[in-house]
Design a protein around this ligand. Sequence first.
Ligand code: FES
Ligand code: FE2
Length: 310
Amino acid sequence: MSKLLKFGPALPAVEIPESSLAPDWQQARPRAIARALERALGRPHGNWYVVGESRLLGEEPHHLRIAGEDLVVWRASNELIIAPDACPHMGASLADSCVSEGKLVCPWHGLALGKEGHGNWKRYAVHEDGVLSWVRIGPEIPETPLPVIAPRPGVYLEGVVQLEVGCDPEDIIANRLDPWHGVHFHPYAFATLTVLDLDDDVLKVRVAKRLVGRIVAETDATFHSPEPRSIVMTIVEGEGTGSVVETHATPIEPGLTMVVEATLATSDRPGFRHAKKLQRFIRPFIERSARRLWVDDAAYAERLYELRNG
Ligand code: FES
Ligand SMILES: [Fe+2]
């Protein structure tokens, strides 16, 4: 650690648990990961699924598959509409429809379909949270009328990456519940990583993230799952306190999952508010570093899926 050059404020001294001095493979606790995963999978979700980054969902219709359902997604007068991707007349796919006055015009016989629906063909409930869009597939659960979203910073620079991984959502969550792989599996990203605290609901780590070469930013971060298909990292001490990385795992079908990861970076440095003007230039940097980690983590999650499925 002495050879690393630290950027940003010093972190408060904490007692490093003795167990954290052992080699990572001895520290890693598969049973603790399994318990935390079980807790996460038991949380309410209200049948909500992340669809993707809101700004990328425009007026052109396109097809999406979520939880085994084929869906068509488009916007009419800025309102997001998600409905079954099968015309109620004879089943044509609507993803290649022309749009007229906000309605899809079925390519086979011209039935116009909009938010009012047509017989049993009805749109799904949607929610836009300011960064991501969600769809509810399944009945409304009164206790969870909206998606369960962890607190976000008030002002932030954002970046969102999206990729398909050959596994189930629980494998994505399990990967994030294993902090002990950080330094060995992503040596280009993390210089040190110490688990400070661990219970079945929240995991706290002290991590030195590489900025350039030996220059690192040291932060304390927590991981928790607000609902079964999401896991959120929140910086609680150090540079960027309050920033979050939300990882959402949306099932496409068994063995195939769409990962949507939103990084919302904030800072209490003076002038950060003005940094919002730089959003368009900073987005590619945020997304590039998230995507790089996901090359490794997708392989990890796919391996978990293989092991679970023999
Ligand atoms: S299949 Fe769509 S109008 Fe006939
Ligand atoms: Fe990882």
